[in-house]
Design a protein around this ligand. Sequence first.
Ligand code: NAD
Length: 499
Amino acid sequence: MANATVEVKGAGGLPITVSTGLFIDNEFVPALNNETIELENPATGKHLATVSAAQKADVDKAVASSKKAFQTWKKTPPTKRRDLLHALATIIEKRAPEIASLEALDAGILFNDSMGLNVGQAIENLRYFGGWADKVDGETLHIPEGFAYTRREPIGVCAAIVPWNSPLMITIWKLAPALAAGNTMVVKTPELCPLYAQKLGEFIVEAGFPPGVVNIVCGLGHVAGSALSEHMDVRKISFTGSPGVGRQVLAASSRSNLKKVTLELGGKGPSIVFDDADWDNALLWTSLGITVNNGQICVAGSRIYVQDTIYDKFVKEFSARTAEAVHGDPLLPETTKGPVISATQRDRILAFVPRGKDSGAKLLHGGAAIKKDDEFAGGHFVANTAFADVAQDAPIMQEEIFGPFASIAPFKTEDEVIAKANDTSYGLAAAVFTRDIGRAYRVTEAVEAGQITVNMWGTVNANTPFGGVKESGFGRDMGKDAIEEWTNVKAVKFNMMKL
Ligand code: NAD
């Protein structure tokens, strides 16, 4: 049973062998009690693979491995840590089609999108944070007795809990800065789509990381995720996922060892279109903002507010642009839309359609599952859906749907749209479209969000901090802020008068 594997076919028929065990101490091993999870291909609804499911005892084993590795890793020269992160980036770059195919097969992400965004972001972040490894410095300060300086020290064994919507990218957002700063890490992968990380484990060995620096466990949230959140030897946990589970992780920290917690939770992003905006650019980004990855993106521009003077024309052209899509095999370049992650998620999204109608909003297009009559007949396809004239208090304007589901409403004035944009418990991302720089400045200042883009939507960059405010969570991935998140500050003070 040691290092059991499964064979799958990726883009262009690429044969891929994936280890199915838990990745602990640089080896793939079965779960101690041989528990497994069955994986489905969401594009076909058919069985894809069986992988090991970590239980509490497996999590303990992974944490013990990372605890041991930390003693050496924290003292490993930063330039060596940099070289290992860069080596991992190079391997991912060379073998990108394998990892992108795996995201297509178990997460339903379009192969081309995974290659461009998820794999691209993984490589960019590994290189960016590799560069940080030898720059994690403190400050020198004057005090009456002499001087003080601060050290940014690694925290210890850290954990990442990852959702299913962009799993490789989100894993690397956490792994790269944590390792650069000298921490070791246990990654809990999403139980619906862990195959990308099974391949990542293989690449980590090939890059030359010592055993235990990274351990990767797939497992159910309430079993493996919960065991990590409660663990007394885990010193920091970075969670990306739903607000409800985020609260549970925070409560587990409070019950256990008060580990540091970073929460990247959901969103209900406003895209605000003023009548002076570049028309084609605003249409392009607002359309992408709610259709890319089937809208299963935390920064999705799911609330679209359009100035009343251009509202009717915008609604018509937005609908014409987004109503149609080519649903099918995520591995094929001609497919423009893959499945949503699961039948449960499909049903959850579609349950908002009657709620939208009941609120008095007008269904522009979509609102139903797509039925295919070929080998993808069992796939979980959802038509792009949009409602216009949506009331501010309608559930489809307030709740995160996490699907290809746009809620559009008109506004008259800048003050009105700012108030509407902020009328939500979330505060992750927002976008504003205008050519008036004064208005762009005022709106970006007034909207409560961790990120706001002007004349584009949802871009992410390794050097730019990413995270939320309000109930979208706290803490930041990426940028210099991430290095601060993954270190503790120690103040060292010298009394020079007694030397
Ligand atoms: P989820 O909260 O159901 O699961 C996220 C992860 O938490 C999974 O690995 C799951 O196994 C684990 N988990 C579940 N129960 C747990 C528990 N009791 N203790 C510890 N871990 C547990 O979320 P999801 O459905 O996988 O992802 C969708 C959600 O993620 C959406 O709300 C979306 O907005 C959010 N998200 C946020 C960001 C961001 O950066 N802000 C990015 C992507 C997704």
